[in-house]
Design a protein around this ligand. Structure first.
Ligand code: SAH
Ligand code: SF4
Ligand code: F3S
Length: 470
């Protein structure tokens, strides 16, 4: 990593990222905002002048982790100050948005709290924090501690962020949509990320071209409800996600397109058709269903029943028979009975998932679900989660096993844990380990899949030896 020097000084920032891919994207963009201020990104907090904790509020466990991390950073800051140095601590992301005031109160060592829509204002916030630090160094008392910016600004951060710098291993995220108006009764996202917003189509196309020029062969379009995308086309009309995908498929050198996360209600005909007609659109779809019982889906305010989901899956598989499905599940939503949970198990058996994420319901303050009667006892949630995960695990293993013997294109992402090994992803987002040179990272290479496991596959590269030699 090259250090950036400003006025002869070199500063370092460490960014810790929790939560979803939107946060991963945002962390990269924060690094882009900080670079012109002289901050070089480093991958441990030890030498950092600035630490940014990009937080997630989705489940209780996720938010509590933030406070223990901030406690450790306060200790580091004290040690630094005792030695004549300093450390600036910034909290970003969804906990910052939801609990900004509380963070500043619970952890006075925090200098900056910045919500997800205000990252373009980081330079001003840092200047303000530095001004406060100078007053403190001069021995004067300050009213209030950290600098707080958790407004939902009128202007979009996307219009103010610099162009993305660098692409890791051929694959890039591109946020095209933020926020959510769906208000599922368990979920904090509409409160932490604000109202649904789609970036204009031209801005997305520009960023996609920049990413491809910087080496991306795969782009994953991101949004909390990415298939609700309706970007201003500049001529009075809007582009749907399907329209955008078709335009992206025209970009030379862009071989793989993915999108996540979608909502079943926003899966329109055009998007379903795109799965059959756009070869760059990978045959993999993450489509959260949450539960299999209509009663629970209704209480969750999901605005779809199990039948709609089943019909969608049938139509998607008709359009693209190779499609692998992934989903999210919540067990133990308030009022979920044994019979309701059986409906979830049956739905999973009927649909068959290649992979999935499943969670115990976590009561989130301020969401309607938190106040519902019939909260499910912890041991019941734990037992249901174990049963569901056993079933989903079997399905993932079976899916991986079904690909053994096939030759598939793998995008190599990083060197493996063992020397001489590289790891990459199949079109279905399975991890594949193969013997090969680290020079393959960022490239798509044909691999014969030889062994299927629970979470990965082993394979052998079938490309010519001169291409793969170390
Ligand atoms: N926008 C996406 C998901 C966002 S959150 C969608 O609409 O599906 C990612 C996942 O976290 C959700 O799909 C859900 O399964 C889980 N989740 C959200 N809130 C939760 C809560 N309170 N308890 C447990 N899991 C939750
Ligand atoms: Fe949360 Fe529901 Fe919006 Fe997804 S659709 S982000 S689960 S409120
Ligand atoms: Fe977490 Fe916020 Fe993403 S709550 S899951 S980081 S949108």
């Amino acid at each position: 990593m090259t250090d950036v020097r400003t006025n002869g000084q070199c500063k370092h920032v460490f960014i810790r990222t929790y939560g979803c891919q939107m946060n991963v994207y945002d962390s990269d963009r924060m690094a882009d905002v900080l670079r012109p201020l002289g901050y070089a990104l480093i991958d441990t907090p030890e030498r950092a002048d600035l630490v940014v904790v990009n937080t997630c509020h989705i489940r209780e466990h996720a938010s509590e982790k933030v406070y223990s991390e901030l406690g450790r950073l306060r200790d580091t800051k004290r040690e630094r100050r005792a030695a004549g140095g300093d450390l600036t601590i910034a909290v970003a992301g969804c906990v910052a948005q939801a609990e900004g005031e509380e963070i500043v109160r619970r952890q006075p060592a925090v200098d900056i709290v910045v919500g997800p829509q205000a990252y373009h204002r980081l330079p001003e916030l840092l200047a303000e924090a530095e001004r406060k630090a100078a007053i403190r160094r001069a021995g004067r008392r300050l009213p209030g501690a950290g600098v707080l910016d958790t407004d939902f600004p009128a202007e979009s951060k996307f219009d103010h962020l610099p162009a993305p710098q660098g692409v890791r291993a051929g694959s890039a995220f591109l946020s095209i949509q933020e926020g959510c108006d769906k208000f599922c009764t368990f979920c904090v996202v509409p409160y932490t990320r604000g109202a649904e917003y789609s970036r204009p189509a031209s801005a997305v196309m520009t960023e996609a071209r920049q990413l491809v020029t910087a080496g991306a062969v795969e782009i994953t379009l991101l949004g909390q409800n990415v298939n609700a995308y309706h970007g201003d086309a500049g001529d009075g009309s809007t582009w749907s996600l399907a329209r955008l995908i078709r335009a992206l498929a025209e970009i030379d050198g862009l071989t793989r397109i993915r999108y996540t996360t979608s909502h079943p209600r926003d899966m329109d005909d055009e998007l379903i058709a795109a799965h059959g007609t756009v070869p760059q659109l990978m045959p993999y779809l993450h489509l959260p269903v949450q539960a299999g019982s209509d009663r629970v889906l209704e209480a969750m305010n999901r605005r779809h029943g199990r039948d709609l989901f089943r019909r969608l899956v049938d139509r998607l598989r008709e359009a693209q028979p190779e499609l692998a499905l992934s989903s999210d599940f919540i067990v133990g939503f308030p009022g979920e009975s044994d019979a309701d949970f059986d409906d979830t198990m049956r739905l999973v058996e009927e649909v068959g998932f290649a992979s999935a994420f499943s969670f115990k319901y976590s009561r989130r303050p301020g969401t309607p679900g938190a106040a519902l009667p019939g909260q499910v006892p912890e041991p019941v949630k734990a037992a249901r989660l174990a049963a569901l995960q056993a079933l989903l695990g079997r399905q993932a293993r079976d899916f991986n096993a079904s690909k053994v013997g096939a030759v598939v294109p793998v995008l190599f992402a990083e060197p493996g844990r063992k020397p001489g090994q590289v790891v990459g992803k199949t079109p279905w987002l399975q991890s594949v380990y193969a013997d090969g040179s680290p020079r393959l990272v960022g490239r798509i290479v044909d691999v014969r899949l030889t062994e299927g496991h629970a979470n990965s596959l082993a394979g052998a590269i079938v490309a010519p030896a001169w291409e793969t030699a170390a």
